[in-house]
Design a protein around this ligand. Structure first.
Ligand code: CA2
Length: 146
């Protein structure tokens, strides 16, 4: 079967608040503005894209479980679930398609509890600290995995 040139971009809890609070850490762009940039790069790279956000761990797990039917790779910013979710890690492992973990901030320069990612061991790789650009770098990396 031909590999699917379609990428699922997932955003975890509170990322819907981007641009509205804590701009010193997460920048001034809203999630909608970041999504526009992702869509424009996807077009340039010739891949289809579906972008989703949820504050619920269950939604993210369900979307990851369903992903292999439709998508060839996942770009995920698991947000705070990065540091707590064995469920999201297990879903990524079970899905069996490449996942690229992205973070807006450099999680290794912040509080101790942010330095551990449960997701990293299930992801192909991780991009952190480049602001909104982390998503664009993540998309390029995911396309290379297709
Ligand atoms: O740097 C990232 O992308 C994070 O995944 C963002 C998460 C944080 O828990 C991770 O440690 C690192 C937080 C997302 C919440 O974003 C907000 C944006 C504006 C205001 C409040 C929260």
């Amino acid at each position: 079967m031909a590999k699917k040139r379609k990428i699922l971009v997932l955003n975890g809890p509170n990322l819907n608040l981007l641009g509205k609070r804590q701009p010193e850490i997460y920048g001034r762009l809203t999630l909608d503005q970041i999504n526009k940039k992702i869509r424009s790069l996807a077009k340039e790279l010739g891949v289809e894209i579906d972008i989703r956000q949820s504050n619920s761990e269950g939604d993210l797990v369900n979307w990851i479980q369903e992903a292999p039917r439709e998508f060839g790779a996942i770009v995920i910013n698991p947000a705070a679930y990065t540091h707590s979710s064995v469920a999201i890690r297990d879903a990524i492992t079970a899905a069996g398609i490449p996942a690229v973990e992205v973070h807006i901030s450099n999680i290794y320069k912040r509080e101790e509890f942010r330095k551990h990612s449960y997701i990293a061991g299930a992801a192909v790789g991780q991009i952190a600290g480049f602001g909104a650009q982390s998503y664009l770098l993540g998309l390029r990396a995911a396309v290379e995995q297709l």
